[in-house]
Design a protein around this ligand. Structure first.
Ligand code: ADP
Ligand code: MG
Length: 722
């Protein structure tokens, strides 16, 4: 076993001292803006892979922060791994086999590794290609991270994290707190880690402060340069926490500066619209519905109507748990806007959801005279052109779409209302960018909807100054979803349950195991799993498949077929996580459920329990760590979104090693809005104070800040800075 070296000098201390002559022919290439391909270890081929992650310069690489960490200091020789303990081991690959287990109907890859103290078996389900992967590195050393299971002396790891090792780099990848950076197809986290190390080594010294000195002082913030280094390669938890704190502050401060600047300029220059909504419009809307609105829906519609009628631009957050009926509320607002002569636009995070909303609104609003389109990336160029023309001329009243709506040439005649659904999937930047499409002589009204419960005080801070409406009541007749956690050995019983529901005419989602490594591998896992279920488990049933890598029309077809009852079981990845609404689907089986996050499990479960039938959610699997076990316990115990959000926060803990994982509420590199609420308050206060005193950021002390904001948020500054 290699000797872990956790005391390697931090990169910057080994870097060339400033006075030394540059060894490169081109001195300009030494700056932070050096194209990433010149960073040691990158080169042209990986440069194009990195581009997919939005990384084009050395600086981008420095600011590509880890999304989690693995504590690889807890080394164990294989012979000394205790049952259930999270450990790091290294060993040589002896070989790998592929088995089809008859009893459990599984494709099973087993790889064996060995060190001087013993051997261990690595087990992977539904990933048959791993056999070749391991065969190719036979004799080489790998590092693995996971919880070992002892079974009569035999040591196995189920689905451990692992990567190949080479002798000379070990200090970077083992024996320390190891950063895991978000990566993409064709680039392993390990390769990326090496590149970032090299970037820090050469360019880390060039990072400059952006925060004004008065803010640094008032909040006693450590300097940016060491923080950037330590967030990637911390020596211990304390150092990591300090680095994170600084970077979180930095990020939130910049964002809040933008909000402060916008708030001033919008308030000063653009009035809102006072929509003159006639009472009969909403009457007509109610009459056209196949059901009665709930009391909560009526209340929030009234709140929205009051906002729309007022002269200030509406800025309202509509919060309601999954299945509470937010869509129809949006429909009422859209109709009100259209009937008073304005256009409305609704942005949603996925194409599947755009299609589904389009279908819902066509049924709901077209009979009432609303002319509408849907605009998603996969619409053909010709169709797009026509949609854009009709939006620009004002012929079309309403458009629902994905971020395709944000393209420059999507313009409106008179955009009066912007709705953002599943807001937590978008960033502030995208929300504001859509709003800006209506900023000609007035500011449109804005309604953002989310199922993610956010404490009220926090919502105010996160979203600027949104007012909050809450739907706290489910449509009548809903039976709470019954949730069960079943172990792997109960799989057969779960399958029997699925079968009997199908026999009663119901439909079932099966969410296939999560493969985080890449979209392509996720697709392969889903495809293989589908094949397995269709041919071996349910040969007599109709099993459909939907995953994120399918072309859009195939996704639509698969979803339509399921919705129309054309298949009994739908094997799906998390593409169905948001919004999908098929009332006859009353059961969801989630494979290897311990790997999913709490919020994700809650969203997924929200796909069932949408009709009159008793619904079930079955969490399948034996989680490989304690956190996974706790998540499954929480999700089994409660269906209350607020409680789940709180538990999520507790389980992650703002300061813990994995705490930097994105919350998804904002598109932030490092901050977690819920976990970092305290820092957010401080950063917001500091930012608003700076902007109050220097609205155009022209003071010399603010020059770097102004430049940084211009670079990062150019389109949102409304040309008021600099
Ligand atoms: P979410 O808030 O998760 O977006 P949806 O708007 O998709 O929820 O609504 C969930 C389901 O409930 C849909 O099938 C919708 O038609 C139905 N629904 C909404 N409001 C009512 C109501 N007042 N009564 C009965 N069913 C309703
Ligand atoms: Mg919805």
């Amino acid at each position: 076993m290699p000797v872990p070296n956790s005391t390697a000098p931090p990169p910057s201390e080994r870097a060339t001292a400033p006075g030394e002559p540059a060894t490169r022919p081109d001195p300009a290439a030494e700056g932070l803006l050096t194209p990433v391909q010149f960073v040691k270890g990158v080169g042209p081929r990986y440069a194009s892979v990195l581009e997919k992650l939005g990384i084009t310069t050395a600086e981008d690489l420095l600011f590509h922060f880890p999304h989690r960490y693995e504590d690889r200091r807890n080394f164990r020789p294989l012979g000394r791994v205790a049952h259930g303990e999270m450990v790091v081991c290294t060993g040589r690959v002896l070989g790998a086999t592929l088995e089809r287990s008859a009893r459990r109907n599984l494709a099973l890859v087993k790889a064996v590794i060995q060190d001087s103290s013993g051997t261990a078996e690595l087990v992977f389900f539904h990933q048959h290609w791993l056999r070749n992967t391991f065969e190719k590195i036979k004799g080489l050393e790998i590092c693995l991270y996971g919880s070992g299971q002892r079974n009569g002396g035999r040591l196995t790891f189920q689905h451990p994290e692992w990567e190949e090792l080479t002798q000379d780099e070990n200090s970077l990848h083992v024996g320390r707190i190891v950063p895991i950076h978000p990566s993409t197809e064709g680039l392993t986290p390990k390769q990326l880690r090496g590149m970032i190390w090299n970037a820090l080594d050469r360019y880390g010294q060039l990072v400059e402060e952006v925060l004004p000195p008065e803010v640094m002082e008032a909040h006693r913030l450590p300097r940016l340069r060491p923080a950037v280094r330590h967030v990637h390669f911390p020596e211990d938890e304390a150092q990591l926490e300090q680095a994170r704190h600084r970077l979180v502050f930095d990020e939130l401060f910049r964002l809040q500066c933008v909000l402060a600047i916008r708030k001033r300029s919008v308030a000063d220059t653009l009035p809102g619209i006072a929509f003159a909504v006639e009472p009969k419009v909403l009457e007509e809307f109610r009459r056209s519905l196949p059901y009665e609105l709930t009391g909560a829906q009526e209340r929030v519609i009234a709140e929205i109507q009051t906002d729309m009628e007022g002269p200030r631009p509406m800025q309202r957050l509509l919060q309601g748990d999954v299945g509470s009926g937010k869509t129809v509320v949006a429909g009422a607002a859209i109709l009100a806007a259209v009937r008073t002569g304005y256009q409305a636009a609704m942005m949603v995070p996925t194409e599947i959801l755009a299609e589904q909303h389009y279908a819902v609104f066509r049924r709901l609003l077209e009979p009432l005279g609303v002319r509408m389109h849907r605009l998603v990336g996969s619409v053909r160029a010709k169709g797009k052109r026509q949609i854009k023309e009709e939006l620009q001329s004002g012929f079309a009243h309403f458009v629902v779409g994905t971020h395709a709506l944000l393209e420059d040439d999507v313009q409106f005649q008179q955009l009066g209302l912007v709705v953002v659904d599943e807001q937590h999937r978008f960033g502030v930047v995208q929300r504001l960018a859509l709003l800006d499409k209506g900023m000609q002589n007035h500011s449109p009204d804005m309604l953002v909807m989310t199922a993610t419960p956010i404490p009220r005080t926090l919502a105010l801070t996160v979203y600027g100054d949104l007012d909050v409406s809450v739907i706290n009541e489910m449509p009548p007749g809903r039976k709470p979803v019954r949730t069960y956690w079943k172990r792997e050995q109960q799989r057969e019983a779960v399958y029997r349950g699925v079968r009997s529901l199908v026999a009663e005419g119901r439909q079932v989602y099966v969410v296939c195991p999560l493969v985080e490594a890449s979209e392509k591998l996720q697709m392969r896992a889903a495809t293989e799993f589908h094949e397995h279920l269709q041919t071996e488990v349910f040969p007599d049933l109709r099993v459909g498949l939907i995953h994120g890598q399918m072309p859009s029309h195939e996704k639509d077809e698969a979803m339509d077929r399921f919705r129309e009852g054309g298949c009994d079981v739908l094997v799906a990845t998390v593409v169905i996580e948001v919004g999908v609404d098929v009332p006859n689907a009353c059961c969801m089986v989630i494979e290897d459920a311990g790997r999913f996050g709490l919020a994700q499990l809650h969203q997924l479960r929200g796909r069932v329990g949408r009709g009159e039938h008793q619904s079930y959610c079955v969490l399948l699997g034996d989680p490989k760590n304690e956190e996974g076990v706790q998540r499954l316990e929480v999700i089994t115990r409660t269906t209350d979104g607020f409680e789940i959000a709180e538990e999520d926060l507790k389980l992650r803990g703002p300061g813990e090693l994995s705490g930097t994982k994105q919350s998804g509420i904002l598109q932030l590199r490092i901050a977690n809005i819920i976990g970092d609420a305290a820092i957010l308050q401080q950063a917001r206060q500091a930012a608003f104070a700076v902007v109050e005193q220097d609205p155009r950021l022209t003071a010399p002390d603010h020059a770097r800040l102004a430049a940084a904001l211009r670079k990062q948020y150019a389109s949102l500054l409304l040309a008021t800075v600099g």
